[in-house]
Design a protein around this ligand. Structure first.
Ligand SMILES: Nc1ncnc2c1ncn2[C@@H]1O[C@H](COP(=O)(O)OP(=O)(O)OP(=O)(O)O)[C@@H](O)[C@H]1O
Ligand SMILES: [Mg+2]
Length: 168
C-alpha cells in the first residue's frame, strides 16, 4: 500500500490482516501494552475495522480483569468510558463531532493526559491530537476479509512496542 509517514513519526508496523480474528489478536497484543496517558488515533474509511479493533482491544483489557462487557459503539454518544480499576479507558468516535471545541467539552483533552484513549475518526481532532499518539490506519485489502494495517508513531514507541513488533 502507498502511504506516507508524517514528519517526526516512524512506521512501526505494516501488515496484512487476513481476517477479523487476526485484527482482533493484534488489538489484544497492542492493548496489553497501553498505559495511562497513551492515545491511539484510528484512521480509515467507513467499514475499515476501526470499531472492530477498538472492541477487541477493550474486551481483552476487560477480560484480563475477569470482566465480560458489551462494548457499544460511541458513534452517537461520541465517547464511552470504561473503568479498568486503576485507570480509565476512553473510546471515542468523532464522526459526528460538531467542532473541535466539543473535544474540550467532552473532557477528551484531559483524558489524553490521564487515561488510555482510542479515537476513531481521529482526523477530526485537528491540532488537538496528542503529538505523542500512536496512529493506526486500516485500509481495504484484496478481498472482503483482508485489511492493510499500518502503525505510525514517534520513534520512542519502538522500544515499548517490541513485544508486538517482534511477532511480525
Ligand atoms: N481483516 C479484518 N479486520 C477488521 N475487520 C474486518 C476484517 N475483515 C472483515 N472485517 C469486518 O469489517 C467490519 C468493520 O466494521 P467496523 O464497524 O469496525 O468499521 P469502522 O471502521 O469502525 O467503520 P465506521 O467508520 O462506520 O465506524 C466488521 O464487520 C469486521 O468484522
Ligand atoms: Mg466505527
Amino acid at each position: 500500500m502507498e502511504s506516507c509517514v508524517l514528519p517526526g513519526l516512524s512506521r512501526l508496523l505494516s501488515l496484512n490482516s487476513s481476517s477479523p480474528d487476526a485484527t482482533a489478536a493484534l488489538a489484544a497484543r497492542l492493548g496489553r501494552l497501553l498505559a495511562a496517558g497513551d492515545t491511539l488515533l484510528l484512521h480509515g474509511s467507513v467499514g475499515a475495522g476501526k470499531s472492530h479493533f477498538c472492541r477487541a482491544l477493550i474486551q481483552s483489557r476487560l477480560a484480563a480483569l475477569g470482566r465480560m462487557e458489551d462494548v457499544p459503539s460511541p458513534s452517537f454518544t461520541l465517547v464511552q468510558t470504561y473503568d479498568l480499576g486503576d485507570l480509565e479507558l476512553w473510546h471515542a468516535d468523532l464522526y459526528r463531532l460538531g467542532d473541535t471545541q466539543e473535544v474540550v467539552e467532552l473532557g477528551l483533552e484531559d483524558a489524553f493526559a490521564t487515561a488510555i484513549c482510542l479515537v476513531e475518526w481521529a482526523e477530526r481532532l485537528g491540532t488537538l491530537a496528542p503529538k505523542d499518539a500512536l496512529r493506526l490506519t486500516l485500509a481495504p485489502g484484496r478481498h472482503a476479509d483482508e485489511r492493510y494495517l499500518t502503525l505510525d508513531g514517534p520513534p520512542q514507541w519502538c522500544a515499548r512496542l517490541a513485544p508486538v513488533l517482534s511477532e511480525h
